[in-house]
Design a protein around this ligand. Sequence first.
Ligand SMILES: [Zn+2]
Length: 710
Amino acid sequence: MPAYRFAPLILSALLATGLAGAQTSDNPLLTVSPLPLHYPQFDKLRDEHFAPALDQGMAEQLAEVKAIAENPAAPTFDNTILALEKSGRLLSRTTTLLFNLLGADANPARQQLQTDYAAKLAAQRDAVLLNPRLFARVEAVYAARDKMAPNAEAKRLVERYRRDMVRAGALLNDAQKTRMKAINAELATLTASFNKAVLAEVNDSAVVVDSADELAGLSPAQIAAAADNAKKRGLDGKYAIALLNTTIQPFETDLQNRALRERLHRASVARGARGNAFDTRGTVSRVIALRQERAALLGYATPAAFVLEDETAQSADTVNALLRKLAPAAMASARTEAAELQKLVDSDQAAKGQPSFSLQAWDWSYYADKLRSAKYGFDESQLKPYLEITSVLERGVFFAAQQLYGITFKRRMDLPVYRDDVRVYDVFDTNGKQLAIFIADLYARPSKRGGAWMNSYVSQNPLEGTQPVVANHLNIPKPPAGEPTLLTWDEVNTMFHEFGHALHYMFNQGRYPSLARVPRDFVEYPSQVNEVWADWPSVLANYAKHYQTGAPMPRELLDKVARAKRFNQGYATLSYLSAAIVDQRLHQLKPGQAPTADGIVDFEAQVLKEEGVDFGPVPPRYRLPYFSHIMGGYSAGYYAYIWSEVLDADTVEWLKANGGLKRANGDVLRTKLLSRGGAEDAMVLFRNLVGHEPDIKPLLERRGLVVQKP
Ligand SMILES: [Zn+2]
């Protein structure tokens, strides 16, 4: 799923982008970029510029924080909260650039910087958030916020700062703070070693076969890649199938050899629990115990209670209620789908004159793919000639934004880029004035991490007078020189999705950059809504034209895409939900209840049974020993995707009921939602827009799920 990353909250809050100091140096990081909107000087930047800028940035921030904390004047909003909001500018600028480039264009020097500075940046965070004198001043402003805060947003900002400090442990006594720092340090080490083990085992677990015959069903290019893969492992003449981190492996769709599909599947689900050097069960157990201890120190019953309090869901009960409402519907749909697949297995075997077998997890993708072709005659290759990359971006994504919001775009070639295939656009508001700069970094490259995401180089910040420089990153394979880039339907949707994040960021009109952040379970909502325009008839007619003939995409082709949307949704929903449920149940355990290393796998099995989502042919998308999301930033948070989708589906209903793609709707969306960032409670924004509490029905309809009557 496309991810959207905000910088860790307080770091982004304290490190708000700012204007230049007076230093002169050949290090472009030490001064604010003179380019339009402070667009980064990619042409002047060298990797050796980062370390000195990081060091100086950290020192400057600590000095600024010290000055705020030790200010002899009585605490006020301006001399405490606003001063914090303006501090750490150099560090913010530098970390933003470094981490953006690590995602989009990593190299060993940048990776080494990440390793070298991870612990230092974490300690920096503790040094600020757990500074007792600083907290005393924040607390004083907080206590008098009704009088001291100049406006409602300022009051919310005060509350945000105080809450972040309290959640970091500012109210603890010295001994507890010491323990908290130790817990944070151990957690950082454990999660790093978890990620390292998972990655290493993915690479180690390749399934090796002796002959190409066993690989029937794969394309010649895939077979060649498997041969190459084996060679790299010193297994000349053999074939190695590399693994990905999900439970289901992509080749399970293509491999005709059932025994090999089973081997591949078993290799995948065994990861992290084989008792070898990559075994993560002890790590998972310890991480949960530490999270429980941290939650208890902070006064929460469970880690989930601690995490969810700061999300729109607010409590474990609310999340449980949503997941438990969806689970039976997903289970019922998955069972119906399984029955249909079983029929296909039976007839397929009968045609071969062989006995049938009962559908297993390693059969699902293989037979689902066959069924999809039979049912919809859907072939990606028929669509692609109508989905040329520039047309999709400029006459699709931009066109929809222009129709809806009245904003316009103009490509510019004069600004430096970190790779030749990165495109830059000026974005103009309805009044013709510049709104932002948009960077479209669409192509895959070995130095880019997987997936798709949005990030920003410069944020909208009225305190500094800055406007957004926003980037979308995708991983579209680059064709050979001279050939057009033709997209898959999925890639088209991803482009609309990521641009939804960009719009949310560009339209933010908040007074304070820290309040641009929205909760994790809300952030995918505006981006998912923007996907609705991908196959909106007037938008599609504008961009989906044959790249050679200019002919519009035939309607019947698109109808097939639309009909296939609900195919296999029971499976997709159940595999996602079961993982989300295991995440919740694990983080809803109380101190002392963390499963031991030996009990991790049994715990997962037990939860799946208890929650009625235990269905052999549909295993969880991730199993606990390799569930990286929840060992990282999505602990007790994997539910966020479907939570956002409930809001999204409901909002799309509202849009359709109000005439769809028209300026008036864009104005409402922009005014009530996109311009507000986190300046108002997220669910209040939703209700103000749609006019009611979130309704789950549109999501169920979209996914073709049926709620069982009790
Ligand atoms: Zn997203």
